[in-house]
Design a protein around this ligand. Structure first.
Ligand SMILES: Cc1ncc(COP(=O)(O)O)c(C=O)c1O
Length: 354
């Protein structure tokens, strides 16, 4: 830290992104990316847009909003675009939390939430997940502040039903609820339609997972026109060109590929369930994941040691050191062949143990 760094941030612990080592070729199952490449239509749109790099991108992201309206029926005045959903989540912490309105979220959830609370200098109220890792909805409802809920949750992959989320949103119209649906397309149900009924619900989504575009950095939030206006105020006060022209063009093209995206999500869900069964037969315990990752532990294997052994053998997975989850690994669902290699490698490791 330099002596010029503001004291406001001196104690900030930044988010740690999943590692991207370059020392050798890994089977990469650590950051929940899609195993599928984007289709040619998206590449062509990106190439065409790069011809105009000289020009600023469209601050209204109109092409994306029009394509989203066609694909998902979300009206244009109900959406705002972000440089990844992380940017919009940060805006939501800025917009809907302050010293009297804490950010409220579970202990085991997306690791960026505490960082967003800290960087915005707002208090965080942590409501632990229940012993079985289900969300303590009553605890959340009782706490004062803006609730941030990843649904499905990360890293457990467990999902709440729209009815459960609606009961929380309805219980107090004076409280904001932000639902982060980064992983919703792999088998959970969206609450986006409820934003038409409830002014205190914001839904944040991303192109990084089901739409195979993590590197393009495209996220969007859906909510009432008033909530969208709040986030636009912050966006225009931060960077009106937060989406570059290649991402706008490529993302718009991807929204024309909804059938392909749906088929791919179904395939990933199938591979997830097959891999879960294979891991269970090796003695692993898993949470019931509805996302594109598995969360598992083995009674004979230490979480961190297993992560390191897999890395040595060319497979990258994610390990978290927080006490409640340190025995677990989070494993992204990749291509079928890669999941097969993972299961075979785990078999070898277990055989070596016995
Ligand atoms: C729960 C959750 N929300 C949001 C994000 C951020 O996604 P992005 O900024 O790529 O849209 C992630 C990324 O891993 C995530 O796990």
């Amino acid at each position: 830290m330099s002596r010029f760094f503001s004291s406001r941030f001196a104690a900030l612990t930044p988010y740690t992104p999943g590692e991207q080592p370059r020392d050798k070729k890994y089977i990469k199952l650590n950051t929940n990316e899609s195993p599928f490449d984007v289709p040619d239509s998206v590449i062509r749109a990106a190439e065409a847009a790069s011809q105009d790099f000289r020009l600023y991108s469209d601050p209204t992201c109109l092409a994306l909003s029009q394509a989203l309206e066609r694909a998902e029926g979300v009206p244009r005045d109900r959406v705002v675009w972000g440089n990844g959903s992380d940017e919009l989540l940060n805006f939501a912490f800025m917009a809907y939390c302050d010293e009297n309105t804490p950010a409220v979220f579970p202990d085991v959830t997306y690791g960026f939430y505490p960082v967003f609370a800290a960087v915005n200098r707002v208090p965080a109220t942590i409501i632990p997940l229940k012993a079985d890792f289900t969300v303590d909805l009553e605890g959340l409802a009782k706490a004062k502040g803006t609730v941030f809920l990843a649904n499905p949750n990360a890293p457990t992959g467990m999902a709440l039903s729209p009815e459960e989320i609606e009961s929380l949103v309805r219980s107090d119209p004076a409280r904001m609820v932000v639902v982060d649906e980064a992983y919703v397309d792999f088998g959970a149900r969206t609450v986006a339609p409820l934003t038409e009924t409830y002014e205190n619900l914001l839904v944040v989504r991303t192109f990084s997972k089901s739409r195979s575009m993590a590197g393009a950095r495209i996220g969007y939030a859906i909510g009432s026109p008033a909530l969208i206006a709040d986030l636009q105020t912050l966006r225009y006060s931060h960077n009106p060109y937060n989406l570059n022209r290649v991402s706008i063009a490529a993302g718009s093209a991807m929204l024309g590929e909804e059938t392909l995206v749906r088929e791919r999500c179904e395939k990933i869900a199938l591979i997830r369930d097959e891999t879960a069964a294979a891991l269970r037969s090796l003695g692993f315990t898993l949470t019931p994941s509805r996302a594109n990752f598995l969360f598992c532990k083995h009674p004979l294997l230490d979480g961190e040691a297993l992560y390191l052994t897999l890395k040595e053998r060319g497979i990258l997975v994610r390990h978290f050191s927080a006490p409640r989850v340190k025995d677990y690994l989070r494993i992204t669902v990749g291509a079928s062949a890669d999941m097969h290699t993972l299961v075979e490698t785990l078999k070898e490791i277990l055989e070596e143990q016995s």
